[in-house]
Ligand binder design. Structure first.
Ligand SMILES: [Zn+2]
Length: 472
């Protein structure tokens, strides 16, 4: 049965064509794995001393400006994806073979060359991930000696190593350590995954979701909900004339075919059903019954709001990606107050046009003006103020730097974009206090470093925004 394709076979099959391999790599590159901007580590000599935070996405416990949920720091999520999900290269490369992502005898010459190249460097650096290996200067230098094709193949292998999965017990335990303040749907999804991982600790999420008993349960739940909505639509359509009633009936029939007869590998079922309805009925929107039907069809369960839909979608996804999706919905992300892609009038990509929204709220807003958005999310008015208050606290305490003008400028931006619906009060901002606290933190930091280095013969000096040590 097609439903039962295991991920391994699924990807193995896919990886046979270069085109799909490329697609997977492109998908992964757009995923957050690649850019690790973690500034968590205290590294003396770094240009950004760890005493300060200079990115609002990295403020601890910042609540989302819309839903008010506590967000995961951006660097914490990046760090998790890069260090907890990705295996060290030496293990990942072995697992690529064991999990059949990479088959040496069937691979092209450049792929084999790239694999050998990475294996060689992995053996010399057994703790580093492929990502970390490839960003090492010495590795970069030798990589230049490879053929362009083999160098490109290194990228393919880098992407593949992200697919090497951990078992469900490990992933669940690691996610738990982050104590994410999940939204309702994600909380329930994670609870289900935790329960399943107790039952099948050695399988990964994808394998569990493809177990016949597990898969069938979520699928039948989902299909029941879909069916209920379609039934309601047919019932309401009784209020229409014969011709339109027939039209609705044929749309419902098409929807049932998509939901119950199409194989799982065909995606966007819900989206296609909704488009069918919208495209067919768009000229009849003023008819109240039609409007009701269009509203109902929009209420079909989707993976953002429905556990069963999430699980069915998840059964088609790599295990690591499932974890990433969950964390991304709780991650602190930059939200462009004035949308970045507004036709003819793009919002700027700088801090004065950013507020922090969790991934889930951010993906919901898109380009809607805040005056319209807050009608659906009235809690945003209060929660954005709570967020700004917290940011002001971080500025006043000398922790957040580079944001002294932020409260005033973001107030103006929010006022304009929301047409006065979101009014921010920034009276608590105290730049003098901020400056004095920053100085105190600097002094404390230098003192502690001096203490640490007292036995070593080093001198501490400041250059630009950073602190450096130099041998006396
Ligand atoms: Zn939110």
């Amino acid at each position: 049965m097609k439903i039962l394709l295991s991920t391994y076979n699924f990807y193995n099959k896919q990886l046979n064509t270069k085109e799909t391999r490329k697609n997977i790599i492109n998908n992964l590159n757009t995923a957050s794995f690649i850019n690790n901007t973690g500034n968590d580590t205290v590294s003396f000599g770094s240009k950004t001393p760890a005493i300060f935070i200079n990115d609002l996405r990295d403020l601890p416990d910042l609540p989302c400006g819309c839903c008010g949920k506590k967000m995961l720091r951006n660097s914490v999520v990046n760090n998790f994806l890069n260090t907890k999900i990705t295996y060290p290269a030496i293990i990942a490369l072995k697992k690529l073979k064991a999990q059949q992502y990479f088959n040496e005898s069937k691979s092209s010459e450049p792929m084999r060359e790239a694999y050998a190249f990475l294996k060689f460097h992995a053996q010399k650096n057994p703790t580093l991930t492929v990502n970390e290996l490839l960003s090492k200067n010495s590795v970069k230098e030798t990589r230049r000696l490879l053929s362009p094709e083999a160098s490109e193949a290194c990228e393919e292998i880098r992407a593949m190593t992200k697919l090497v999965s951990h078992n469900s017990k490990y992933l669940t335990d690691e996610i738990n350590k982050l104590k994410p303040d999940f939204h309702k749907t994600e909380k329930r999804v994670f609870k289900e995954l935790s329960t399943l991982s107790k039952k099948y600790p050695d399988l990964n999420y994808n394998e569990i979701l493809n177990l016949p008993n597990v898969y069938e349960k979520y699928l039948s739940n989902l299909q029941k909900k879909q069916n209920d909505i379609l039934k309601q639509i047919e019932y309401i359509a009784n209020g229409l004339d014969t011709q339109n009633r027939k039209l609705i009936k044929s749309l419902v029939k098409k929807a049932k075919v998509i939901f119950t007869e199409e194989i799982p590998e065909i995606h966007h079922k819900r989206g296609r059903v909704i488009s069918e309805f919208n495209d067919t009925l768009q000229n009849m929107r003023d008819v109240p019954v039609i409007r009701k039907i269009l509203n109902l069809i929009e209420s079909l369960p989707d993976s953002k709001t429905d556990v069963d839909a999430f699980m069915i979608k998840g059964s088609q996804k790599n295990s690591n990606l499932i974890a990433e999706i969950l964390l991304n919905r709780q991650r602190n992300t930059f939200e462009h107050v004035k949308p970045h892609h507004r036709e003819g009038d793009n919002g700027e990509s700088n801090i004065y046009n950013y507020i922090g929204l969790c991934g889930k709220c951010n993906s919901e807003r898109q380009r809607t003006g805040y005056d319209v958005f807050v009608q659906k999310h009235p809690e945003m008015v209060e929660n954005e103020q709570i967020q700004i208050n917290k940011i002001i606290d971080y500025i006043n305490n000398g922790i957040l730097t580079g944001y002294d003008d932020y409260p005033v400028k973001i107030q103006a931006a929010l006022d304009t974009e929301s047409k006065g619906a979101i009014k921010i009060d920034h009276k608590k901002l105290n730049i003098l206090q901020a400056k004095s606290n920053r100085k105190k933190r600097e002094e404390m930091y230098i003192q502690s470093k001096k203490k640490q280095n007292s036995k070593k013969e080093v001198k501490i000096f400041k250059f630009g925004k950073g602190y450096f040590t130099r041998k006396k």
